[in-house]
Design a protein around this ligand. Structure first.
Ligand SMILES: Cc1cc2nc3c(=O)[nH]c(=O)nc-3n(C[C@H](O)[C@H](O)[C@H](O)COP(=O)(O)O)c2cc1C
Length: 256
């Protein structure tokens, strides 16, 4: 298990080989055994295999080609609808139509997604998460016909790898792990601990001609400039998506 987790790489290119229905069912079944808040299992997953539906998801996920290549796309959702229906049919006092309900479902969905990811990797499949799920949450809700109380949290492409990428760099564990109290880093410690990442990322970007040109044209001189530029995670993008998320959470009955 430790070796499997330590060998993880996201896979973005897949062979034509389909995933056997019984195998996919076994993988999804591992998600059922995941821990969940109060054992309420406030998550659902939409399985997309149909080519036309995958094409629509490809459009919604910023045309990431892995959506077309992968035989299976899984959209994990926070699901408070089922819980609320159970409460309704039993005429109990209604709840879960709020931010806490949404966050509960979000954590449950993410845990199930990661359990299924590891199970998939254990049988030689490759996976990649898609953060674009948040960016197009309103349109994904419409396309997948998600009822009130259901919200897409993350998506996975799953398939047999057609690439064998190197392990990506990681920040040192000491940055994530704090003993007893949060340890703030000095400017020098921030610089030193991120130096290797900066060098590797810069070399990777410059090795791709299209990215290298983009960086030069936009006058981007450092990896952090790139991360906050219009090409990655700009403040404008964050504001726009954050506003849409709040409005969509309200519309789905998951705010206040
Ligand atoms: C929540 C989440 C969203 C992600 N979204 C995307 C995405 O939209 N497109 C993509 O190519 N990779 C995406 N990734 C994959 C990350 O880029 C990847 O995990 C990271 O670069 C580390 O690489 P590794 O998984 O190969 O170790 C996402 C990962 C997570 C956990």
């Amino acid at each position: 298990m430790i070796n499997l987790a330590n060998a993880h790489r996201s896979i973005r290119s897949f062979t034509d080989q389909d995933i056997d229905a019984a195998l996919l069912n076994d993988l999804l079944f591992t998600g059922l055994r995941s821990s969940s808040s109060g054992n309420m299992q406030t998550w659902s997953v939409i399985v997309t295999r149909d080519e036309a539906n995958k094409r629509k998801l490809y459009e919604l996920h910023l045309e990431q080609t892995m959506v077309l290549e992968a035989p299976v796309v899984l959209t994990f959702c926070a699901d408070l609808f089922r819980m609320r229906e159970w409460i309704r049919v039993n005429k109990a006092k209604q709840s879960f139509d709020d931010l806490l309900g949404f966050l509960t479902g979000t954590v449950d969905a993410a845990i199930a997604a990661q359990t299924i990811s590891l199970a998939a990797e254990s049988v030689g499949l490759g996976i990649c998460y898609m953060g674009t799920t948040w960016w197009a949450a309103d349109e994904i809700i419409e396309f997948l016909d998600l009822p009130q109380g259901v919200f897409p949290v993350t998506s996975l492409v799953v398939g047999y790898p057609a690439e064998d990428p190197a392990l990506r760099d990681r920040l040192p564990l000491e940055l994530m792990v704090h003993q007893e109290r949060y340890q703030r880093l000095s400017d020098e410690e921030i610089r030193d601990s991120h130096a290797e990442r900066e060098q590797k990322a810069w070399a990777r970007y410059n090795a791709m001609e299209s990215v290298r040109q983009r960086l030069a044209e936009a006058g981007i001189r450092h990896v952090t400039d790139y991360y906050t530029s219009k090409f990655k995670y700009s403040k404008e993008l964050h504001l726009r998506v954050s506003k849409m998320l709040i409005e969509t959470l309200q519309a789905q009955g998951l705010w206040l």
